[in-house]
Structures are given as structure tokens and as C-alpha cells.
Design a protein around this ligand. Sequence first.
Ligand code: HEM
Length: 259
Amino acid sequence: MTMLCDPAYVVPPPPPAGPVGTLTWLRATVSRFSAGADHARRRALILERLAAIEPAWLSERARETGDHVVALAEALGASDAAAAAAAVAEIAPHYNPAPGGDRPGKPAEPPAAGVLADPQGTAADAQGTSADPQGMAADAHGMAADAHGTAADATAAGPPAAGAPDAAVAALLTLLPPAEPERVAQDIAILVQACAATAALIANGGALDPPPVPATRRIAPDGSVVTVDLAPHPFGAGPRACPGAEHALALAQGVLESR
Ligand code: HEM
């Protein structure tokens, strides 16, 4: 808790951004991995977006569709919510690949605050891409043309690094409502943050104990990487606490009622 509220403990920075529409661009542009004024501005975009989404409506759509990401993609105005959900599922495992990174499963050892073996916090962060055996990156990239100077347009400027997660990010730029790239990145962040964490809550039968996201990471002032046990605060705490807690609970309730 103290560490989550202490600005001296920072989120491990993502690797440098690639072109708009790539996984590295997404990770470098979302609130989740940003710091300082960038974090404040990007988080404000997310809060604005979530404020316009009524949890009761989400719950109802989750009950009707049986899928929390489809319901959220609909709420965000995706042109094809099922395609958006499929793209999100492709990105989610690569979004925060480090130990203790926004994913269900066992917390990194030890589960309480402790120092990990990777003092720079970069080894896992650097693995954010993968091969693209299907050649999907080029396909999704080719769909990105947009006449209005939007994020989708930006992906047409040059081919993103090949990889299925890159293709999925590029596809989401075409599926979500057109806006400047930084804004669309926060829409993608909402979907990706919601994906595995809410699935874990659903798998828990709606219970927050054990916490759906077991742990998160911070870099301490001495440069060591610490793992923060989230059991006492399943939605985090402080200026980076989950802004989607109410939405998560509504989505999980809807999906559970659909079964
Ligand atoms: C059971 C489901 C969920 C859990 C347990 C959960 C948990 C968390 C936690 C612990 C953090 C903070 C991580 C840290 O401090 O390092 C976080 C951040 C975040 N969550 Fe959730 N989350 C859930 C669902 C959702 C949903 C449904 C949304 C969107 C509707 C969402 C959006 C976000 C965003 C955007 C952030 C980053 C906030 C920032 O950068 O300031 N989460 N989540």
C-alpha cells in the first residue's frame, strides 16, 4: 500500500515505442506504464471514457453476450465488438509480460514485497513481441487507411514490426472510433486491462479473494524491482489504482449471470 502511494516507487518503464499501431507503441503510450504528466493526461482520458459507460448497462450486455470484453468493446463504440475482443485476447499476454504483471496466476516469489532477480526490470519487458507466422500484421496494416488524420491513418505511414500482437493493435486502431493516436491507445488500454483481470474475477465466481491480479511491480529508489502483493488491495491503491473497479464488478456479475 505504502509503495503504491509513494511517488518514489515508479512503474517499470516499457521498452521504446515502435511506429503507431505496434505493441511497443501501445505499451509506451498507455497510462498504465506512463509517468508524471503523461500518466496524468492519459489517465484523465481513461477516466473520461469510463465515466460515460454505465456499469449497469455493461452488466446487462455482459449477461446477454456472455463475454466481458465484447460488452466493453461495444460500450467503447467498436465497429465489430467480437473482432475487437479477439484482437484484445491476442495482445493481453504480451501487454505486461513481466513477473507480477496485471495477469492472473501465481504472484512472483515472494508474494509479499521483495526484490526480484531482474534489477533493471527490463528483461521481461523486452520480450513484448513475437513472430508473425500468419503474416497478419501486413493484412491489418493494409486496413488502416483513414482520410481524417486519425490513429488509423498513422498506421498507414509505414509497416509495423511483424508480430501477431502488432497486427492486433493495428486492427484495433481500425475497429475503435477514430481519434488521435494517444486517445485510441487509452481505449485499447481499457480493453486489455479489463481482459485477463476480469476473466480471473469471473473464474473466482466474482470473489476478490484470492485477488484476480495477485501482484504488481515497482522500481524502488535504489533501483531494485519490488513485487507488491495486491491481496490487501485487489484493485491497487493511490494515483495508479484501477479506474475500472466498478466496471469490472459489473462485467463479472453479468457474465456469471449468463451461465
Ligand atoms: C477484476 C478485474 C480487475 C482487477 C483485479 C484490476 C486490477 C488493477 C490493478 C491492481 C491496477 C493497478 C496496477 C498497479 O498499480 O501497478 C489496475 C490498473 C488499471 N486497470 Fe484494472 N483491474 C480490473 C479490471 C479492470 C477493468 C474492467 C478496467 C476497465 C474498464 C480496468 C482498467 C485499468 C486501467 C486503465 C489501469 C491503469 C490505471 C493507470 O494507469 O493509472 N481494469 N487494475
